[in-house]
Design a protein around this ligand. Structure first.
Ligand SMILES: Nc1ncnc2c1ncn2[C@@H]1O[C@H](COP(=O)(O)OP(=O)(O)O)[C@@H](O)[C@H]1O
Ligand SMILES: O=C(O)C1=C[C@@H](OP(=O)(O)O)[C@@H](O)[C@H](O)C1
Ligand SMILES: [Mg+2]
Length: 188
């Protein structure tokens, strides 16, 4: 049975994964880890530097290794990077090991929330909006394919988003517990 102790946040850049994950960790008194920060700690350099020296492919390899380790650290709230869903191995690891929340956000909101930050290499281009639209077109179906629930962070403050996530998480937890009890009863 899929375990729902862990909560994994997926979604595009600027959706609020890092911000909301941190808040959720405090609320549930659970360990919070951001995969980007973990990669930076492991390598000793920042994300832009990894992209510069190893390219996106090098970053994706490090991201996959980090996610594979973190999903096994139970219980955990994990905020992933926006491109984590690109690799099938990440999608499988997330889907199998926790409750996956897709934090959804319009491109307009993404632009507003990311334009001042130069820490995202994929947005260091002439036209970040166009880049975000392209990324959304490829990634949106992938976010949907692994999500156990979706929360639109454009409609909510981070605190409200946390409440929405908790509602869905508790519902899923109750459902799993009930299924476990039923299975035990049937087994005698
Ligand atoms: N409703 C909201 N939910 C989450 N973050 C928000 C919200 N409104 C504004 N923000 C801001 O958006 C920015 C990007 O958030 P971040 O957590 O870094 O996103 P991500 O990790 O998904 O890229 C932060 O400065 C955050 O404070
Ligand atoms: O969308 C992406 O490919 C990326 C998103 C970033 O994380 P956030 O989604 O937390 O900004 C970070 O992992 C890296 O810059 C690549
Ligand atoms: Mg983040």
């Amino acid at each position: 049975m899929k375990q729902v102790c862990n909560i994994f946040l997926i979604g595009p850049m600027g959706a609020g994964k890092t911000t909301i994950g941190r808040l959720l960790g405090k609320c549930l008194k659970m360990e919070f880890v951001d995969s980007d920060r973990e990669i930076e700690q492991r390598t000793g350099v920042d994300i832009p530097m990894i992209f510069e020296y190893e390219g996106e492919a090098g970053f994706r390899r490090r991201e996959a290794d980090t996610i594979a380790d973190l999903v096994r650290r139970v219980p955990i709230i994990l905020a992933t990077g926006g491109g984590s869903v690109l690799l099938q191995e990440n999608r499988a690891a997330l889907a199998a090991n926790g409750f996956v929340v897709y934090l959804k956000c319009s491109v307009d909101r993404q632009v507003e929330r990311t334009f001042k930050d130069s820490h995202r290499p994929l947005l260091q281009t002439e036209n970040p909006r166009q880049r975000l639209e392209q990324l959304m077109a490829t990634r949106e179906p992938l976010y949907r394919s692994v999500a156990d629930c979706t929360v639109d962070t454009g409609r909510y403050s981070s605190r409200q988003a946390v409440r929405e996530i908790l509602k869905a998480y508790n519902q899923a937890k109750r459902k799993t517990e009930k299924q476990d009890e039923d299975a035990q009863r049937r087994a005698g």
